[in-house]
Ligand binder design. Structure first.
Ligand SMILES: Nc1ncnc2c1ncn2[C@@H]1O[C@H](COP(=O)(O)OP(=O)(O)OP(=O)(O)O)[C@@H](O)[C@H]1O
Ligand SMILES: [Mg+2]
Length: 225
């Protein structure tokens, strides 16, 4: 599902050039779940951005679902994302002026799907929010907002789900409930999952963990030393 080879990614910020990813190799099989651990600033979010085509590599190769992302233009990348990628963030990134149902329907509408609203309703029912369709994000608890974000991420049946500290803004109990739901949906749909987290217990629920440090990956086993 994922095949990253010798990925370098540098960005020019206010303070000059920053070499964020420095020779990353990563292969993830279809249906596999993998967690990425590592300290703040290591480059974890940037790696997810490269996987979703939201940041362009400086060099190297990023293949997702058999598609070489470095060969796509902006339209091609947008089409690729709609067809293959679901994303869940730490802060839920819902549109505040849209109801739960409208938020979930949004990616389907972008993709030109006709019954977007009924599919969104089904997806929200799947996350236990069938009674909250018409609520705005501000009228939902943190855990409920993240469940809306999960429904939105899964609604178009992505082959690859990218999750960036999805429980970082939730208390422990709510976070566990959200992750139970995420793994349930992942299993049910056979979705490949790349999960960035600081939580080792959460990471251990994945098939495999890797550790990122200074823009490079290593297998978790040798990382703690
Ligand atoms: N647009 C940018 N321009 C320049 N530098 C950037 C840019 N975005 C991120 N960086 C730098 O790249 C490094 C990696 O950032 P990234 O967000 O990928 O880290 P992270 O591992 O996700 O950290 P955290 O655990 O805190 O979320 C950081 O040092 C950050 O300051
Ligand atoms: Mg991050």
């Amino acid at each position: 599902m994922v095949d990253i080879k010798n990925l370098y990614l540098s960005l020019v910020g206010g303070a000059g050039l920053v070499n964020i990813l420095r020779g990353v190799d990563l292969a993830v099989s279809d249906g596999e779940t993998i967690s990425i651990l590592g300290p703040s600033g290591a480059g974890k979010t940037t790696l997810l951005m490269a996987l979703s085509g939201l940041e362009r590599p400086t060099s190297g190769s990023v293949r997702v679902a058999g598609i070489e992302l470095t060969g796509l233009d902006e339209d091609g990348l947008a089409r690729f994302r709609r067809a293959h990628i679901g994303i869940v963030f730490q802060s839920f990134h819902l549109v505040p002026s849209m109801t739960a149902q409208e938020n979930v329907a949004l990616p389907l509408e972008f993709a030109g799907v006709e019954n977007a609203y009924s599919l969104a309703m089904t997806a929200l029912e799947e996350t236990g929010l069938g009674a909250r369709l018409k609520h705005f994000p501000g009228e939902l608890s943190g855990g409920e907002q993240q469940r809306v974000a999960l429904a939105r991420a899964f609604v178009a049946r992505p082959s690859l789900l990218l999750a960036d500290e999805p429980t970082g803004n939730l208390d422990r109990e709510t976070g566990r409930m959200v992750m139970d739901l995420l793994f349930d949906m992942q299993r049910e749909h056979g979705t490949t999952l790349v999960l960035v987290t600081h939580d080792e217990a959460l990471a251990s629920r994945c098939h495999r963990s890797v550790y990122m440090l200074d823009g490079q990956l290593r297998e978790q086993a040798g990382a703690v030393a």
